[in-house]
Design a binder for this molecule. Structure first.
Ligand SMILES: Cc1cc2nc3c(=O)[nH]c(=O)nc-3n(C[C@H](O)[C@H](O)[C@H](O)COP(=O)(O)O)c2cc1C
Length: 353
């Protein structure tokens, strides 16, 4: 009698992990801060939050930071699958280092299918802020996108009916006005614009002349015209969230956001996150209550629409060199981040998966 076949488990060689992490780092992040650190040691890949890249004013609790790390975690899993690797992910592993968000085992399976179209998607995805066309995305396509969130344990809802859209627009504008009057926030935003070849929003997306009297038009019309975030006729909005507004939920929402964004890219749809309404806590709560009917805690809102056919491509935003974000097999990685207040308020649940 033959014993059942034991699956072959082969940890990924370092060069493959380097490639996967490099693809994972194509993920979107708030202000292109790329607030992640990776370590590969003993066949185990670790993803941690880089708290030095947190936006202290706009994102004190680290929601956007964790969403960004979640997007990178999904990009990693997506790239691995496209290259024929399997991944086992443990989210928020227990341990003294509170910045640790996930441990990933990457191993070869007997399946060796490579999906080049999926790899191309990781390169093709962009935050394209140009104004969408007036053609609304049909409801059934939004529903299909929303369904992609479920496997990540994330709730998603399209804000479709006119009343809810109107309320959302009102609340979003209120949040924007409050944030525009905040000089510290403006300074923080400026800090991440035009920083050079590794991070931040690139110089060719910068305004020619910021107009201090009219903050909303501080970005020149064109590439960034919609940064002021008013919802236009064809824009549709999807809200992602969960039962709680905590690190475990944000990480998963980041993964779902990435899954949804890549699929939208495949279908020729454009996705642009709007973080301002969720950055003002009162507004975020009110969106949960009056726009989503209390169904779940919103973590991020995504504008979804079509770009005009024939529009040129956008330049790629820069990424940090791999050596700055990935440490391979070192005994200790970088300066140890002490466990301190400022991370704990994230509300991490130890051992949550
Ligand atoms: C959590 C999160 C929040 C974001 N919020 C906004 C936003 O409010 N407005 C915006 O125009 N882009 C927003 N972005 C998009 C980032 O600016 C963008 O991902 C980054 O500049 C990298 O560019 P890329 O997506 O084209 O690679 C957000 C992205 C993430 C992940």
């Amino acid at each position: 009698m033959s014993s059942p076949a034991v699956p072959r488990i082969e940890p990924a060689p370092t060069t493959d992990v380097e490639r996967l992490v490099s693809l994972a780092c194509r993920a979107p992040s708030v202000h292109n801060t790329q607030p992640w650190r990776w370590r590969y040691a003993g066949g185990l890949l670790t993803l941690s939050a880089d708290l030095s890249r947190r936006l202290a004013v706009e994102d004190p609790r680290g929601r956007d930071l964790t969403l960004s790390c979640g997007a990178a975690l999904h990009h990693l899993q997506f790239a691995a699958r496209a290259l024929g690797w399997a991944t086992d992910v443990e989210r928020l592993p227990p341990g003294p280092d509170e910045t640790e968000l996930a441990r990933i085992r990457v191993h070869r399976t007997d399946r060796t299918v490579v999906v080049p179209e999926d790899l191309e998607l990781l390169d093709a995805r962009r935050t394209d802020r140009r104004r969408f066309t007036a053609w609304p995305v049909p409801g059934h396509r939004l529903d299909d996108l929303c369904r992609l969130a479920a496997p990540w344990g994330v709730r998603a809802a399209a804000v479709s009916d006119d009343g809810a859209r109107f309320r959302l627009e009102l609340l979003a504008n209120q949040a924007l006005t409050a944030l525009e009057l905040d000089a510290r926030r403006q300074a923080e935003q400026d800090h991440w614009i035009g920083r050079g070849s590794a991070d931040g929003i690139p110089p060719d997306l910068l305004p020619d002349e910021p107009d201090p009297l009219q903050a909303r038009s501080r970005f020149r019309p064109g590439l960034l015209e919609d940064t002021r975030m008013v919802l236009h006729g064809g824009d549709r909005v999807i809200a992602l969230g969960g039962a709680d507004d905590d690190v475990a939920g944000w990480l998963r929402s980041g993964e779902a956001m990435s899954a949804l964004w890549l699929e939208a890219t495949r279908e020729g749809l454009s996705v642009v996150p709007m973080s301002q309404p969720t950055e003002v806590e009162e507004t975020r709560r009110e969106i949960g209550r009056s726009v989503l009917g209390g169904a779940f805690e919103p973590h991020v809102l995504l504008r979804v629409g079509w770009q005009a056919i024939g529009r040129g491509g956008l330049p790629r935003t820069p990424r940090r060199p791999l050596a700055d974000v990935l440490e391979v097999q070192g005994p200790a990685w970088g300066p140890k981040v002490p466990s301190r207040g400022g991370f704990r308020p994230w509300g991490r649940t130890p051992g949550a998966s």
